[in-house]
Design a protein around this ligand. Structure first.
Ligand code: SAJ
Length: 408
């Protein structure tokens, strides 16, 4: 079978590699020429994805004209006003519609709002009066996850019609060693992914609000989450922090909020959860100001180091990272700070952790493994703001360093 993967990022590149590994003929399509050049040279454009197979990457959509299966893995971000940005999807479907082969199966993996495949994708494809099959199989990649990868993560699939569903089901069953669940409609598949990620966003917002409350009550939220986790059922731990970044959890809820609004329903709870999570970077900087007051220092008296730019541990992805919002807040109060991230040295002000720790105050914004054992390098530090609650509070306090976590 000949396949084409549209969009060679965190989702599309692992899928293209898997298809090659399974013996499919694969053409990778991406509009980013630099990325294509790297891939064609056998160099991975994404640090935590190894190029295990030879992939051909091009920006020429004509190359999909003999593909039996076309999988769309383009970004579905949000705009400044938190509205869905369907442009990458619309432009890729527009190009596909010109070149796709009669009877091709087109699968959308990008996260979209319920109804988008029928209301946005289908009309574009219909314009060309060529027969096609359309399905939605939402991606479930967890960047940086060493245990779960594209080959072993179970999936759901929905089809525009029975035949589309069956074709997509047998395709994914042939490449993935995990359960593939057929849903009754393409809309159910779209809604499944949105529910998964919205579930995560509201649960993170829940613990973030609890952290703010426990800060007032003098309770260590990590200990309480650990305590609650001893309940063998009906509790699923999430962890407070300096914010929610990334290209999934941060924006997927807005796709549902927007769609529901257009149908007359107001998602008050989902909006509140987004508000709470979006408030955490500022909350973290407020903890800094509280900590400075406790050590009788003013913001202008101290040199600060922000450790971590990536939106989550041990990857180099900076999209919607809370670190960026912390940096904005620090600029607003004219703080004297530098940033350091071992996965993003090109965006760092210093080249290694030792340099980054020659400061008075550190703010942990990302819990990269490299930051977890800094105890023998912090004796001159006066204040630590642990935005990911990843350090040993008691150990730091025993070194006469003021420690403030999020909810501890
Ligand atoms: N975060 C918290 N507290 C938590 C968990 C995460 O503050 O308890 C923050 C992280 O620091 C990060 C953001 O939320 O800034 C998102 O973290 P994430 O672990 O959800 O990572 P993502 O955005 O890469 O989410 C992906 C998603 N995968 C897909 O959308 C296919 C998500 O569905 C997964 O649940 C998630 O990975 C995962 O479980 O790691």
């Amino acid at each position: 079978m000949k396949t084409a993967v549209i969009g060679l990022g965190y989702v599309g590149l692992p899928l293209a590699l898997l298809l090659r590994k399974k013996g499919f003929d694969v053409i990778g399509i991406d509009t980013n020429l630099k990325k294509n050049e790297l891939i064609n040279q056998g160099i991975s454009p994404i640090k935590d994805i190894k190029l295990t197979e030879k992939i051909t990457a091009t920006d020429d959509f004509e190359k999909i004209n003999d593909a039996d299966i076309i999988v769309v893995c383009v970004p579905t971000p949000i705009k400044e006003n938190n509205k869905p940005d369907f442009n990458p999807l619309i432009s890729s479907i527009g190009s596909i519609s010109i070149h796709f082969r009669e009877n091709a199966l087109i699968v959308i993996e990008s996260t979209v709002s319920p109804g988008a495949c029928e209301e946005i994708v289908k009309p574009i494809l219909d314009k060309k009066n060529k027969k096609y099959f359309l399905a939605h199989c939402p991606e479930r990649i967890d960047p940086g996850n060493k245990k779960f990868n594209v080959e072993n993560i179970s999936r759901v699939v929905g089809g525009l019609d029975k035949e589309s569903l069956e074709k997509a089901y047998s395709f994914y069953s042939s490449i993935i060693n995990a359960e593939i669940t057929k849903l009754s409609s393409i809309k159910a598949a779209e809604a499944t992914k949105i529910m998964e990620n919205t579930f995560r966003d509201v649960n993170i917002a829940f613990v973030n609000e609890m952290a703010k409350s426990f800060d007032k009550l003098g309770i260590d939220i990590l200990e309480v989450i650990k305590g609650a986790s001893t309940k063998p059922f009906a509790f699923l731990p999430h962890y407070p922090g300096c914010g929610v970044g990334g290209h999934c959890i941060f924006c997927d809820p807005y796709y549902l909020i927007d769609k529901a609004e257009s149908e007359g329903f107001n998602h008050r709870f989902l909006k509140l959860a987004r508000e709470i999570n979006n408030s955490m970077p500022e909350y973290t900087v407020n903890k800094l100001l509280q900590g400075l007051k406790e050590i009788n220092k003013d913001i202008k008296d101290v040199k600060i180091s922000v450790l971590g730019l990536a939106y989550k541990a041990n990857i180099d992805d900076i999209r919607e990272s809370p670190s960026l919002k912390i940096i904005e807040e620090l600029k607003k109060i004219n703080a004297n700070f530098i940033v350091y991230d071992p996965y993003l040295l090109e965006k760092s002000d210093v080249k290694d952790l030792d340099e980054a720790l020659k400061r008075d105050v550190i703010i942990i914004a990302t819990n990269h493994s490299e930051f977890l054992n800094i105890y023998d390098k912090i004796k001159n530090i006066k204040l630590i703001i642990d935005g990911r609650n990843c350090l040993d509070k008691e150990k730091i306090r025993s070194m006469n360093i003021n420690y403030k976590g999020i909810g501890r």
